[in-house]
Design a protein around this ligand. Structure first.
Ligand SMILES: [Zn+2]
Length: 254
């Protein structure tokens, strides 16, 4: 049985800490800072076993160097063909590996960046800045078409899969989800839950794939009514990828 805890960093990053059944070792995902990870390990009396990196951005990788210095035996897993070069095991599509007795499979999910990968296993997905609860990452390097293809990776997962993304963006995302899906009762119900949690500074993650399939406008772009889009964002191309691109452009200015 694995347990996942959130280590907070910066304004809204979560560094996910995965613990195996032996309860001594921890694997962290996307350590954008080392200090909060050191503090967590000290407080919990645990040691670091490995690091998983989803993509090269500084707020996901800055802690790696200091953590590797303090724990030289650890393995850093990360994407192949990445500008981030402090990776020990470079991973690509469908590669598999095991940490803390948990088997993970890698899927490439370009769009936010071209090197972005996700880690899928033991009923969880660590999806970095690709899928957020109620939203998706901005297109810094890839195309809308690529990101829409990446969304299909998540749509294919079991509904019970727990979704661990890197940022607490859910509240703002749900405002957009409500604007783009005014008749979706699941969106309005979840938005109320999220507002209540955030008012008490409670973490809204993990989400689940089943929930995201019902509420996330980017995951269900093919279901969005064209009439919900403001006229200036109505797509040229009336297909799912075209609607996805239009939603992303609208959200960028929302
Ligand atoms: Zn990023």
């Amino acid at each position: 049985m694995v347990q996942v805890e959130a280590i907070k960093a910066y304004n809204d990053n979560y560094i996910w800490a995965l613990q195996g059944s032996d309860n001594k070792e921890v694997v962290v995902v996307d350590p954008g800072l080392a200090e909060p990870v050191f503090a967590y390990l000290k407080e919990q009396g645990k040691t670091l076993a490995a690091i998983l990196i989803t993509h090269h951005h500084w707020d996901h990788t800055t802690g790696v160097e200091a953590l590797k210095q303090a724990y030289p035996h650890i393995t850093v897993y990360g994407p192949k063909n990445s500008p981030f070069t402090q990776v020990d095991v470079a991973l690509g599509e469908d590669d598999t590996f095991s940490v803390l007795g948990c088997d993970f499979k890698v899927r490439t999910t370009p769009g936010h960046t071209l090197d972005h990968i996700c880690y899928i296993g033991v009923g969880l997905v660590f999806c970095g800045d690709t899928l957020f609860s109620g939203g998706c990452g901005r297109l810094f390097e890839g195309s809308a078409e690529q990101m829409w293809q990446s969304m299909q990776v998540f749509r294919a997962l079991d509904d019970n899969t727990q979704v661990y993304c890197t940022h607490e963006y859910t509240q703002a995302n749900m405002q957009f989800a409500a604007a783009s899906q005014p008749n979706n009762a699941d969106v309005l119900a979840y938005q109320r839950q999220v507002e209540a949690k955030r008012a008490q500074d409670i973490n809204t993650l993990p989400s689940t794939i089943g929930l995201e399939k019902r509420i996330n406008p980017f995951l269900r772009a093919d279901e969005i009514a064209l009439s919900a889009l403001p006229p200036q964002y109505r797509p040229q191309q009336d297909d799912a990828a075209g609607k996805f691109a239009a939603l992303r452009a609208w959200k960028d200015n929302f």
